[in-house]
Design a binder for this molecule. Structure first.
Ligand code: NDP
Ligand code: MG
Length: 398
């Protein structure tokens, strides 16, 4: 990456999903680092987007549907902020000509087209929206390379690896292994028998992080770590067999890399997403942050364990999906999005999420699953896997 392009400049940011957990923290970071805001977007939280637009004066504000957009338009009539709707609006927010960096904090596959649109328009992208890199990894990385734009990781593990790699030999030549840390979520140490009885409320109680509902459930099933494994494969070009996972309950060591000489380098910090968000925004610069300093003596001890792959089956499904390649990662991601949605509606049980993800890996795609190199193929596989998962879920509950 050419670090000189925007070094030392306060950036102009477009934040997609600005009303979410990452989005609101990104606005906080943007304000403290002197960035200006060019566009903001939300799904349905109109009041919150109105408040953000009044505070940050973007040129464009986008709601997911026309009805919410009409409401926002009336609310912002006195401000000069233009309001748009839907996918077209999201892609417009991603392509603004006065934007330096698009921070994609949308949740789920809805983020894929805006990411591609931003890159095609020559904008750098800070990516929190992991589902789209999982589903469209080859296409996203290829688009970034063709348009010579940067893809900066926001996810704390990938930010950690990215930070560890600063100053590494060119092309990650001597990189042997990437080690992703995982908190283990609220159900660490539980057996499958115990997990049969857990409900939505318990799954939404993450021990270390306050996050959006979807990723909180993904952390409870550990699908999140499977998604992150695939994300790491694309971001750092590391073969999946060289990506390990270790449970680290305290979420202080955010991930590690190992070189050929067995030297291991880690990035540490208190668990606070504003740190990786800020690094993605200010890279290659480092600036002071409101995040609490790490005092290791305060923590006393840090603990590490091997994951329980038999109980948390989603990790294995993701590993197998990326080993097979093509559209398999898109299929497991879509099955998970659909299953999490059903679980949040309390239509299926907690363990059913893993069952549906594993089932989609084996049965959702016809034949060998296709290459996954075009947007149309990826979206078709996504749709097919969602349809398959809905049907499979009905079999479960009969
Ligand atoms: P949230 O659910 O808190 O926020 C999602 C944002 O996207 C909101 O602004 C929401 O709008 C908007 N949105 C949701 N659905 C749609 C849609 N269909 N169309 C348009 N906009 C939509 O999610 P998080 O901030 O927790 O996560 C965002 C991404 O970052 C995810 O991919 C997650 O895996 C990843 N991530 C999150 C971390 C965290 O700490 N939260 C850590 C690492 C990665 P509205 O508010 O109106 O619903
Ligand atoms: Mg993470």
């Amino acid at each position: 990456m050419d670090a000189s392009r925007t070094a030392g400049k306060a950036k102009r940011l477009s934040i997609l999903g600005s009303t979410g957990s990452i989005g609101t923290q990104a606005l906080d970071v943007a304000e403290k680092t002197g960035c200006t805001i060019t566009a903001l977007t939300a799904h349905s939280r109109v009041e919150m987007l109105e408040a953000q637009a009044r505070r940050y004066h973007p040129r464009l504000a986008v709601m997911a549907d026309e009805k919410s957009a009409a409401d926002l338009r009336v609310r912002l009539a006195d401000t000069g902020v233009r309001v748009a709707a839907g996918m077209e609006g999201l892609c417009e927010a991603a392509c603004m000509d006065d934007t330096d960096l698009v921070l994609n904090a949308l949740v789920g596959m809805v983020g894929l087209r805006p990411t591609l649109a931003a890159m095609q328009a020559g904008r750098d992208v800070a990516l929190a929206n992991k589902e789209t890199l999982v589903a469209g990894g080859a296409l996203v990385m290829d688009t970034a390379a063709r348009h010579q734009v940067r893809l900066l990781p926001v996810d704390s593990e990938h930010s950690a690896i990215f930070q560890c790699l600063q100053g590494a030999p060119p092309g990650n030549r001597a990189l042997k292994r990437v080690i992703l840390t995982a908190s283990g979520g609220p159900f660490f140490g539980k057996t499958r028998e115990e997990l049969k009885r857990v409900g939505l409320k318990e799954a939404l109680e993450h021990p270390n992080w306050s996050m959006g509902a979807k990723i909180t459930i993904d952390s409870a099933t550990m699908m999140n770590k499977g998604l992150e494994l695939i994300e790491a494969r694309w971001l750092f070009g590391v073969p999946p067999e060289n990506i390990d996972i270790v449970i680290h309950r305290e979420s202080v060591v955010h991930s590690l890399i190992e070189y050929d000489d067995h030297s291991v380098i880690a990035q540490l910090g208190v668990p606070d997403m504003r740190l990786p968000i800020q690094y993605a925004i200010t890279w290659p610069e480092r600036v002071p942050s409101p995040v609490k300093a790490l005092d290791l003596a305060d923590w006393g001890k840090l603990t590490f364990f091997r994951p329980d792959y038999d109980t948390f089956v989603c990790i294995g499904a993701c590993r197998e999906a990326i080993a097979r390649g093509g559209l398999y990662p898109a299929a497991v991601n879509a099955a998970n999005e659909q299953a999490v949605s059903l679980f949040r509606q309390e239509k299926i049980g907690f363990l059913d999420i893993g069952t549906l993800v594993c089932s989609a890996l084996e049965h959702a795609l016809p034949g060998t699953g296709g290459k996954g190199e075009t947007l149309e193929e990826i979206l078709a596989a996504d749709e097919e896997s969602r349809r398959y998962t809905m049907e499979a879920a009905q079999q479960l509950t009969r």
